[in-house]
Design a protein around this ligand. Sequence first.
Ligand SMILES: Nc1ncnc2c1ncn2[C@@H]1O[C@H](COP(=O)(O)OP(=O)(O)O)[C@@H](O)[C@H]1O
Ligand SMILES: [Mg+2]
Length: 373
Amino acid sequence: MSMLRVGVLGAGQLGRMLALAGYPLGVACRFLEPGPGAPVAPLAELLEGSFEDPEALDRFAAGLDVATFEFENVPAGALQALAERCPVRPGPRALEVGQDRLDEKCFFRELGIPVPSFEAVDDRAGLERAVDSVGLPAVLKTRRLGYDGKGQVVLREITDLEQAWRRLGGRGLLLEAWVPFHRELAVIAARGLRGEETFYPVVETEHSGGILRRSTAPAPDLDPDISALARDYASRILGALDYVGILALELFQSREGLLANEMAPRVHNSAHWTLEGAETSQFENHLRAICGLPLGSTSPVGCSVMLNLIGTLPDTARVLAVPGAHLHLYGKEPRPGRKLGHITVRADEASRARELAERVEALLEPPDAGIGG
Ligand SMILES: Nc1ncnc2c1ncn2[C@@H]1O[C@H](COP(=O)(O)OP(=O)(O)O)[C@@H](O)[C@H]1O
Ligand SMILES: [Mg+2]
């Protein structure tokens, strides 16, 4: 069989792990990225160019079997333009819905997936009205371009409005009720070209400062009904979008039940543990799906705890001295708040994985507090 050629928009760590997963399958990835210094640069073909430049899209699409994206803020128009040149999976609609927190929440609601109460906010008076309707505490979020807690402000008291408006006002916004969640969960699904679906075990995710710090797979002590519900919600989204590839759905487990937070139409940080902790990694399954190949088993191999390396890096030798620890560095320059790598600790028993993860955590710098700006 000849090589399969996959084009990827974006060239960060997600792209890098896609490229690595492609090699043993005979899948060659080509990346398009506007700026220099991308994490994929040492290991795959990388074109530098704007997503919106037709000439760059021509060069990128030449000879591709299929294209995908690892960066969520690719302009939707650029993805549509690419779709005229080669198959794009998942399709532009999935990207578009995922890019706008308001559209996303309305979409969830239409599918019968519960969400925290929310209101669109377009001006200062609209913020007052939204607070009356949603109540406090609440989170004011930009509809677009937020990630890792950026573009979010928590409102606790009515006196917080002024400063929040100064920080975020002028952009399209959304006010969302603060959810006093018991914990956060994520479900990662894969859907193949013929509509076949499979799900990784639901994971528990822990954030601080709006950034994912740790995910534990499978989520400890999870009620099978909650797990089934999470899969059902993800399945509704997959079906509605005629989705192909990996999809992540972030959830709040709360007194009000399971609420959807947001989705990501791409491979996702909360499933990095699948590299060692599942029969088939999310990266391999994304490539399998978009190439029209059979999906691989999503069964867990023991229990995993994944820890993100944010802002600074620990000593490699000390990390690797912990049994079951697997280090992944992304080749990025250290900067505060930046995801530089991750470590997955895998063990046969959950308690052992947790204990080993604590040993790794002792080697990491403690996280800063509070949702980011
Ligand atoms: N309505 C909310 N109630 C409670 N916590 C929230 C709420 N919205 C966001 N958070 C916290 O902030 C984190 C990041 O917010 P999220 O909406 O997922 O944006 P991002 O795109 O930055 O991941 C969430 O994982 C959660 O920990
Ligand atoms: Mg999130």
